[in-house]
Ligand binder design. Structure first.
Ligand SMILES: Cc1cc2nc3c(=O)[nH]c(=O)nc-3n(C[C@H](O)[C@H](O)[C@H](O)COP(=O)(O)OP(=O)(O)OC[C@H]3O[C@@H](n4cnc5c(N)ncnc54)[C@H](O)[C@@H]3O)c2cc1C
Length: 411
């Protein structure tokens, strides 16, 4: 096969789209081919559990790029096309339909998919997960005053859908298998605040609730727990985490560890193949460990860095992780990564919210997690992010004292 070798990107989500644009902006003169299995223009996922469910009209997906901009940048976008395999001996990918495309460098930005529940589910049940615009539309169409929604999983997606559904007048129950909400993601005191918000809004929350099965009963779905209780629903939303889409990489013999294993420059175990976003794991210099992140900002930043490195730049990816979630009129923001061995310092901002800071042994600030009004939380989390990146060791008493501005500790 004699064909111009292109920069090929598999996966047209946040990471893949950012990479396609960055390849052009970085001066790649040849073909850029962006291939995505979804049939629409690339779009943002965060609104799917928030505005898209609550707005009066469905204004459609929030596109990451327009068709005109794709044309201007001469990015060939293959929508609704699956990449089936990678042949590393010939540097080619095969597409659904049989076409082979040759790559100079390849980026795998295949994202993640919802984890399945792993219990018996009657196929007649109205059970959904939420990853795509089509999933969000299916949820949106069911939400109406009085409809019963059971959310399985008290993580971010489950809680955002619960907040959106109750604001549309649905009667919502959250079933969480753990002893508290957001067990792996936020400190207990912040999880309590979030829980209180949900209870105030009328959401019912059941903890230590292990789902045993879901069956269809007349027009409804009946979610049964291991302890014998059951909950009828018009719609069951399963939000029990996500698994990285590694199968394409795995079949090509690339190293896999927590995700598609990358170096700090986002190269895989094949120097011609890079990876970015939810599908990949990488060694994080600030934390001295391999991490995989499922967060929006990481996806687009990694897409851009991977593109630069596909062009030979060799930059390490070392941004401080940052995540947000909106629930009701409050925001949750997390900078950095904390672990159970880190010491927590609590800054109580009264009605305005709360920030938990995490210090590694030796006093280095490694994470900050805040919940409250956007105006209060976002500024301090942004400053904390800078302090984390600079490996600062702020005085814990000053961090805890709301009378001392966080900004004054950052210099
Ligand atoms: C409902 C929801 C709400 C969210 N809210 C927030 C939030 O509030 N804050 C936050 O920080 N993050 C949030 N996130 C996470 C954030 O959206 C993701 O981290 C980000 O979208 C990941 O981007 P990605 O490009 O890595 O993967 P994806 O967006 O998943 O894109 C990967 C694409 O690759 C395609 N693909 C996979 N395999 C192939 C193949 N073989 N051939 C062709 N195409 C393929 C997939 O179909 C998909 O379209 C949310 C996610 C969801 C689902």
């Amino acid at each position: 096969m004699k064909q111009e070798r292109a920069m090929i990107i598999v996966g047209a989500g946040e990471a893949g789209t950012a990479a396609a644009v960055a390849l052009r902006q970085g001066g790649w003169p040849g073909r850029v081919i962006l291939i995505g299995s979804e049939a629409t223009l690339p779009y943002e996922r965060p609104p799917l559990s928030k505005g898209l469910l609550t707005e009066g009209e469905d204004s459609g997906p929030k596109f990451l790029i327009t068709a005109q901009r794709l044309r201007e940048l001469a990015i060939d976008y293959l929508a609704g096309v699956n990449v089936l395999s990678i042949d590393r001996a010939t540097n080619t990918v095969s597409l659904q339909g049989g076409e082979l495309l040759a790559y100079e460098r390849l980026l795998l930005a295949t994202g993640a998919r919802p984890r399945t529940l792993g219990v018996p589910v009657d196929p007649e049940c109205r059970m959904v997960t939420l990853r795509t615009y089509a999933d969000a539309v299916a949820i949106r169409q069911t939400l109406r005053p009085g409809c019963g929604v059971v959310v399985i999983g008290g993580g971010f997606i489950g809680l955002e859908v619960a907040a959106s559904a109750v604001s549309r007048g649905a009667s919502v129950t959250v079933l969480e298998a753990g002893p508290r909400l957001l067990m792996r993601a936020v400190p207990a005191s912040i999880a309590e605040r979030i829980k209180a918000k949900h209870l105030d809004a009328g959401v019912r929350i059941e903890l230590d609730a292990t789902v045993a099965g879901i069956e269809a009963v007349e027009e409804q779905s009946l979610v049964s727990l291991a302890d014998g209780r059951s909950f009828p629903a018009d719609l069951v939303l399963v939000g029990v985490g996500a698994v990285p889409n590694v199968e394409l990489a795995q079949a090509a013999g690339l190293a896999i560890e927590k995700g598609i294993a990358a170096s700090d420059t986002l190269a895989t175990s094949d120097p011609d193949i890079f990876t970015a976003g939810d599908c990949c794991s990488f060694p994080h210099r600030l934390y001295g460990e391999r991490v995989r992140l499922e967060v929006w900002r990481n996806a687009w930043q990694q897409g851009a860095i991977a593109a630069a490195n596909m062009l030979g730049l060799g930059s390490a990816y070392e941004s401080v992780p940052w995540f947000w979630s909106d629930q009701y009129d409050e925001t949750l923001q997390i900078a950095g990564i904390y672990s159970n061995s880190d010491a927590a310092v609590n800054r109580d901002l009264g009605d305005k919210g709360q920030i938990c800071f995490y210090l590694a042994p030796g006093g280095r600030l490694v994470a900050a997690c805040g919940f409250g009004s956007l105006a209060t939380i976002s500024k301090d989390i942004r400053i904390a992010e800078t302090m984390i990146g600079r490996r600062m060791r702020p005085d814990p008493d000053a961090l805890a004292n709301p009378a001392i501005a966080i900004k004054s500790l950052a210099s």
